[in-house]
Design a protein around this ligand. Structure first.
Ligand code: SF4
Length: 447
């Protein structure tokens, strides 16, 4: 919850000097409350005002940055439901290795984390982190594995041990990687906080229940340490679902800062299906980091696809750049197709053209990321707009083909398009991209 204008005014000098551009301190305070001004515009703002207003302007769920370049971000969320605005930072997926695992398994898992890449609707998706767990008593082996995991995968780590001394040693061994130390209990929070501070890491804290967890985070906050992640101790899927929801609701609806952090969950290995369901729960219900017990490409691909769906901004359709795309190795006389720049549409159509085994040009005008019928209804995918775009990109200079194939759903624009492209023949293609292959086989010769 932000401060009101009157609350903010009490923190200002009240001299009405106008140097901030407002006539009075109260007017400036009202602008601050409405987030239409910044405190730095007042040269006389006290340290107290900066501290209080700075804290009030923090997102209710703190944004935590991980990795040596701090590019992996968690939290920073402002809404409970994605349709209210959007979710900001997606659940980070990690794959775990244990120091007791066979060497071949460790090597293959770390290699998979390093090399796995999935391309989907123009996004390049990779595994975000590596979990390193000490299961046995070999603290030295655990520390060495942390170093190896970082050297191999170059991903921030979730360093997990019940032995605080081993955790401190591992924290030092991968200093500067800005990884997560897991997990601090109330009795070890002081030692591990020091290690996190000294070696530049984030601290995951845990406790038997939410009240005890709040005590630990409150104490750490009072000591000035705020780089925290919450690890809930739960014993069933439903309890995990509830706890994630309660904590996030408290942070967002009640501005309850001790629970205003991203969360961390270790998936206990119970079988691929059960593990996947728990990971789905984390992705769907506010999880910050989800550590999977092993690498399974089918599981990772499914989870990343789900995550992409949930964390895509519902107000901004994923779009591809408007231009003429080369599918395969098109020649000047290769067929010319046209569709909209909604990513999903583009990738389905381009994939189906590839499946036909031909090379072609795929013209994609600016349609604000709408699908074919929506863009047509909004006047963004008409004969006039397509014709104008074809001329703007100079397609007629690059191709000798003078036939353009439009989606069957907008057959009604063919006349208008012919008027705008007088030397072209407009052919109405199939309504569904899945029918492109039979359409191509019937109408076109292979390039
Ligand atoms: S610059 Fe500061 S002191 Fe001056 S009017 Fe603005 S808010 Fe008040």
């Amino acid at each position: 919850m932000g401060l009101t204008g009157l609350q903010i005014q009490k923190l200002l000098p009240k001299t009405n000097c106008k140097e901030c551009g407002s006539n009075t301190c109260l007017a400036f305070a009202m602008k601050l409350a409405a987030k239409k001004a910044e405190l730095s515009q007042c040269p006389y703002a006290s340290e107290e005002a900066k501290r209080v207003l700075g804290a009030a302007s923090e997102p209710p769920v703190k944004c935590i940055e991980l990795g040596s370049d701090r590019t992996l971000q968690l939290g920073g969320e402002t809404v409970l439901y994605r349709h209210e605005k959007t979710f900001v930072h997606q659940t980070a997926l990690a794959v775990n290795v244990n120091e007791t695992d066979p060497q071949e398994l460790i090597d293959s898992t770390l290699g998979h984390v390093r090399d796995y890449v999935m391309e989907r609707v123009g996004e390049t998706l990779r595994v975000d982190m590596v979990g390193v767990t000490q299961l046995g008593r070999d603290a030295h082996g655990f520390v060495e594995l942390c170093k190896k995991a970082w050297d191999t995968a170059q991903r921030p780590l979730v360093i997990r041990s019940a032995d605080p001394e081993a955790l401190v040693a591992a924290a030092e061994a991968v200093k500067g990687t800005r990884s997560v130390l897991a997990c601090a209990l109330s009795e070890t929070a002081g030692t591990l906080r020091q290690a996190a501070e000294n070696f530049g890491h984030v601290l995951a804290v845990t406790a038997p229940d939410l009240d005890a967890l709040v005590s630990v985070t409150t104490k750490l906050r009072e000591e000035g340490f705020n780089d925290l992640i919450l690890c809930f101790q739960t014993y069933s899927l439903s309890e995990q679902f509830q706890t994630n929801s309660i904590a996030r609701r408290a942070a967002l609806k009640d501005n309850f800062r001790p629970l205003g952090y991203p969360s961390l969950t270790f998936v206990k290995p119970q079988g691929l299906l059960e593990d996947t369901v728990l990971a789905i729960n984390e992705i769907s219900k506010y999880g910050g980091v989800c550590v999977l017990p092993s690498f399974d490409p089918a599981q990772i691909a499914s989870l990343m696809t789900l995550r992409l769906n949930i964390y895509t901004d519902p107000q901004k359709p994923i779009q591809v750049e408007p231009r003429a795309y080369e599918i395969g190795e098109p020649k000047p006389d290769s067929p010319v197709f046209v569709t909209t720049n909604f990513s999903l549409t583009y990738f389905i159509v381009s994939g189906e053209i590839e499946n036909c085994g031909i090379s072609a040009w795929l013209v994609v005008p600016e349609c604000e990321g709408m699908s074919v019928l929506t863009a047509w209804a909004a006047g963004k995918f008409s004969g006039a707009t397509i014709g104008k775009f074809v001329k703007e990109i100079g397609l007629e200079n690059r191709v000798s083909t003078r036939e353009i194939i439009i989606p069957g759903y907008v057959s009604q624009i063919s006349g208008e398009l012919e008027e705008n492209l007088p030397n072209w023949k407009v052919t109405v293609g199939p309504q569904e991209a899945a029918d492109l292959e039979s359409f191509v086989r019937a109408r076109l010769t292979t390039s």
